[in-house]
Design a protein around this ligand. Sequence first.
Ligand code: WTA
Length: 663
Amino acid sequence: MTDTTTSRIHNDEALESTLEELMKVERFEVPEGFRDQANITDPDVYAEANADPEAYWARRARELHWHTPFTTVLDESNPPFYKWFQDGELNVSYNCLDRHVEAGNGARVAYHWLGEEGEERAITYADLHRDVQLLANGLKDQGVQRGDVVGIFLPMIPQVAVAMLACARIGAPHNVVFGGFSPESVAERMEVSEARALITVDGARRKGKVAGIKSEVDRVMGHLASLKTIVVVNHAGVDCAMQEGRDVWYEDLLSSSAPDCPAEALPAEHPLYILYSSGSTAKPKGIQHTTGGYLTGVAATHRDVFDLKPESDVFWCSADVGWVTGHSYIVYGPLANGCTSVMYEGAPDYPHKGIWWEIIQRYGVTKFYTAPTAIRACMKWGVEYPNKYDLSSLRLLGTVGEPINPKAWLWYHAVVGGERCPIVDTWWQTETGHIMISPLAGLVATKPGSATRALPGISAALVDQDGNEITEGTGILVLTRPWPGMLRTLYGDDDRYVSTYFERFGPKTYVVGDAARRDSDGYFWIIGRTDDVINVSGHRLSTAEVESAIVAHEKVAEAAVVPEPDELTGQAIVAFVTLNGTLQGDDVVAEEIRTHVSVRIGKLARPKSIIWADDLPKTRSGKIMRRLLRDMAEGRELGDVTTLRDPDVVEDLRQKTQARKKS
Ligand code: WTA
């Protein structure tokens, strides 16, 4: 290995001094070695796309295979119910599989799958093509027809991709539920989407333990009249009862099905899937995506943002397939582009805390896409884990899901990327379907913590409360032009679709629900959800900004900031703080942190209270549940905690919060 591919960080001391040095860098220019090989280096791409966005998206759509070419691009006659490529017909699974097999790439690996206990499988495009047709025929044999909703409740195993593509092949919209959700949540989602079939598993493995899944599904699903079939993958060797006439083993279905299932030509606006996401009320929103527009958007952004070289890249998105990130960048984007991906069944710290870096070394991962919260966990574990492995195959790193604090960005840049890999901080949502704001790595200089600018063909802006555009400063993030991958509605609830996203500023302005800042270069800095803004003495402060300041303190591993009512200032800041390693919190450290925040942002941002937390309540996807912390700080009853990764964390913090109030 040469110096250009090896991290110079060998221990904590070297790390601290490198980070200190990097903190002074405001802008990271495109690394020269990267620009030389980048797909997109012409700055005119933005102006050209934005001069005629419809022509731009039509061109991108034509990169796919259309059974019937479209003649119209955007129909905006009934806003906000937009339609794209309406008279065209295509099939997502044809685009993800047949196209590559017919081009002679059937032997290319689609997924390097690694199981929790170290099992490996290389699944080629030809393998997927075969299994998807068998399962699609099997589903048809079970009575599933075009338009029927099929639920999918599976762990990170190759069958999850097969299941999604089989549905896409026959035009049955899938409704994937993240494997970590409770069976009750699955039942609720099956009920509201009137699912005709469910594809699930005997049991799931997690950190060396096996949990029965099918038995749990049986417990809660029996009353659903619409559910006629349950297909069960035999994965973990768990015994389960099979109900005659309803339940069928996945393996039996495949072995008894006909091998050929031609992909159906589906109208571009045919729904591809529903994915439930939490909104501002307790009732989840069924985000509905389409066939033509969605695939156009994910294929184009996967190619552009990750500077994809389908023949040579090994792409790894570490999300779970049960979230939109997994739908778009584990399944549909990578497969539409015919590239090789990694799929990992397990947790980042099982069987050991270096497993992610071992995977990168083992498969020669070139592009790695993960979440800031995961990066912060790795920071906490220490540089010794990544340092044990050769990460020199990496050429680009990405983040998604929440604002990344500059310290985590710089750690990722220095320790994982060896200071040579550009980082794409990608902003988007379940609703947008694909990445919207992100650097193009060969073209756009990055600033740690900023997602930079909207991609070509996408129009993002900041507005004030009255809808006036703000070109520099802080405001409400909006998208001012329809885009192909946008949600089309909320399943069965057009009114909620309109009222959630298009009521405030009219049917042409999609309200994102995030606040952002725009700097003098026009770069976007996502502050966070608009409901995560704290108002202290009339000064609006972002929880994310305060958290970032706290986390930048050398003793801090992670922090979550919430408001609590305050007689004097309206709201005051409460910070839940996890310290590094075995450090213990006391008044001295608390004062250090307050001073630190005061220096970085200003006195008004100093947390009034600091509560030491061994861990923070997180969803199974790793997002901090600020809502729960807010409820605690405000002394309210705690709502639903069943979606938490570790519910015990909440009880500990609740006691500490109460003890503080009494004292
Ligand atoms: C947040 C995940 C800052 C944001 C793909 C958004 C981000 C919500 C970023 C959507 C980012 C996502 N920087 N914040 N790069 N990416 N977010 O639907 O608040 O799970 O509205 O989609 O995550 O979350 P969702």
